[in-house]
Design a protein around this ligand. Structure first.
Ligand code: MN3
Length: 193
């Protein structure tokens, strides 16, 4: 099947001043698009040709097909997890389970930020619901996806291309900006499954 680049669920400048339209020009229109194109070039003639993105990620061995499929999925999930008018605190069941797992929202935020800031090299930091229904903060390397760990609820891309235009080398400043964009309705919908 041909994989498609999903459109951003908001205008290019909707995340300003936290993430610029220039960053999204590169991150969505160049990087995300390239992963889609690479995947579509790699799968024809393989056992992965007719598989969904999720099935490719769960079944492909380490290598180009896995890397590009996971990067397509990870980026769509990341972009959907942000929005104008985001940020603040979660409510409902997600708020309750964050408090019971991490002590408080502030303690969760601090722990998640520290994981993202110290995730070495390129990767992703995730909030995941595990098989027991509990929450975990998970770091993955390069293209690796938390789909292999549990049910992803939220992610932040910590590859340099996510922040170098706006923040240069200051990953912690990008993480701090990103909290202003978190779409907690998206997190709740993922949590409710
Ligand atoms: Mn990226």
């Amino acid at each position: 099947m041909a994989h498609e680049l999903p459109e951003l669920p908001y205008a290019k400048d909707a995340l300003e001043p936290h993430i610029s339209s220039e960053t999204l020009d590169y991150h969505h229109d160049k990087h995300h698009a390239a992963y889609v194109n690479n995947l579509n070039n790699l799968v024809p003639g393989t056992e992965f040709e007719k598989m969904s993105l999720e099935d490719i990620i769960k079944n492909a061995p380490a290598g180009g097909i896995f890397n590009n499929a996971a990067q397509v999925w990870n980026h769509t999930f990341y972009f959907n997890g942000m929005g104008p008018g985001g940020g603040g605190n979660p409510d409902g069941a997600v708020s309750d389970v964050i408090n019971s797992t991490f002590g408080s929202f502030d303690e969760f935020k601090e722990k998640f930020s520290k994981s993202a800031a110290t995730n070495f090299g390129s990767g992703w930091t995730w909030l995941v619901k595990n098989a027991a229904g509990g929450l975990e903060i998970v770091n993955t390397d390069d293209a690796d996806s938390a789909l292999k760990v549990g049910t992803p609820l939220l992610t932040i891309d910590v590859w340099e291309h996510a922040y170098y235009v706006d923040k240069r080398n200051a990953r912690p400043a990008y993480i701090e900006s990103w909290w202003n964009l978190v779409n907690w309705d998206f997190v709740s919908a993922n949590f409710d499954g």
